[in-house]
Design a protein around this ligand. Structure first.
Ligand code: PLP
Length: 362
């Protein structure tokens, strides 16, 4: 926490705004809007997953539809496709950003159209805070007139050619889960340049109550709005977002400086014009065996590290889903490791990680 969160939470208590609406929710949405350059409308929600669910519904996804989703991501990117009775079609990554491959995206769309089933939406993810190939993905989406849901859950504070992540999709989503760059303990937001989407998201997130003096419903609604108490935490967190990004980038810089000389260790560099919040600092090793050796050596020092995301097309729950892959994300999963990346790591913590890795490699 940054320090002022409790003041805003206290304000909620003092004014008795203990509800999924109120001044903190409005002010938090305004702060996100300003952070994203005032070009978007924002609906604060109970989680990033809820934002994806509502986003897909607003883009017209329904029963039986195909939705293209980056395979190399957390399962929450794809689960809402199933909530809606639609099917995911997974697309592999490219090596420049580890995100959705434009070539495989085109293949997936063309194959769907050939079979008489044009995909209804594309979920592209800025994984670990690294922006996906925005221009290329958007060009393909525009060519085939398929909307993009931009999963920016891990990328608040990242940008692409100086434009903030979260503002590129027809709908963007953010997460404020406990492990994210800033947090409200649990929370998320739906973001869109289209005011109607943000307004409809709030409507659906508050049980879809029609305008009437009584309780009147013409739609199925959800209870997905953010609490005014948690939005107070969010207001305080927005004040320290820049510091958190600096801290995470500094972790990454330190790891690269200390470990970059080992030929067994590769980092994901920022392509020209890409700015990553470096939510997690990740390394690539030459093999599964070396990855495991490093992970176990760190564990032996009581330091947790984790393999990169297991691609969704390899997950048991999605084993029958269509996929367009070339082995990239499977290889990243086998060879990659997320190093400790918290914004509160001390120099001693970081040194411990580096010494452990150096000892294994030398
Ligand atoms: C890429 C990605 N998408 C979606 C989510 C879902 O966000 P939430 O945990 O707020 O539901 C997360 C994080 O949890 C995520 O990392």
């Amino acid at each position: 926490m940054g320090g002022t969160e409790q003041d805003y939470v206290k304000e909620a208590f003092d004014t008795n705004w203990i509800a999924p609406l109120g001044p903190n929710v409005n002010a938090f949405e305004q702060a996100i809007k300003e952070e994203l350059g005032n070009t978007v409308h924002v609906a604060a929600l109970s989680s990033g997953t809820a934002a994806i669910h509502l986003g897909l519904e607003l883009l017209g996804v329904g029963k039986g539809d195909d939705v293209i989703c980056q395979s190399f991501t957390f399962s929450a990117s794809a689960n809402p496709i199933s909530y809606l009775g639609a099917q995911p079609v997974f697309v592999d990554s490219e090596l420049d950003t580890w995100n959705m491959s434009p070539e495989l995206l085109r293949k997936a769309i063309e194959s769907g159209i050939k079979e008489g089933k044009k995909p209804k939406a594309i979920i592209a993810v800025h994984l670990y805070g690294m922006p996906y190939k925005v221009t290329e993905i958007k060009a393909i989406a525009d060519e085939f007139q398929i909307p993009v849901l931009e999963d920016s859950a891990e990328a608040l504070g990242s940008s692409y050619h100086e434009m903030p992540c979260g503002t590129f999709g027809d709908i963007g989503i953010l997460s404020f889960n406990g492990n994210k760059i800033i947090t409200t303990s649990g929370g998320g937001a739906l973001v869109s340049k289209n005011r109607t989407y943000a307004e409809k998201a709030v409507f659906l997130a508050t049980q879809a109550r029609d305008e009437a003096p009584h309780y009147q419903h013409s739609n199925i609604g959800y209870n997905y709005r953010m609490s005014n108490v948690l939005a107070g935490i969010g207001r305080g967190q927005m004040e320290v977002l820049d510091d958190r990004v600096k801290a995470r980038r500094s972790n990454h810089h330190y790891y690269k400086e200390q470990l970059g000389q080992f030929e067994e260790i590769e980092f994901l560099n920022e392509p020209n014009g890409y700015f990553s919040n470096r939510w997690l600092s990740c390394i690539l090793t030459p093999s599964f065996e070396i990855r495991e050796k490093l992970r176990l050596a760190l564990l032996n020092e009581n330091v947790e590290s984790r393999p990169l995301w297991k691609p969704l097309h390899l997950q048991p729950i999605f084993s029958t889903a269509k996929h367009f892959v070339d082995g990239t994300s499977a290889s990243l999963f086998e060879r990659g490791l997320c190093l400790p990346s918290g914004s509160n790591l001390s120099n001693e913590d970081l040194e411990r990680v580096v010494i452990t890795i150096k000892t294994v490699l030398s």
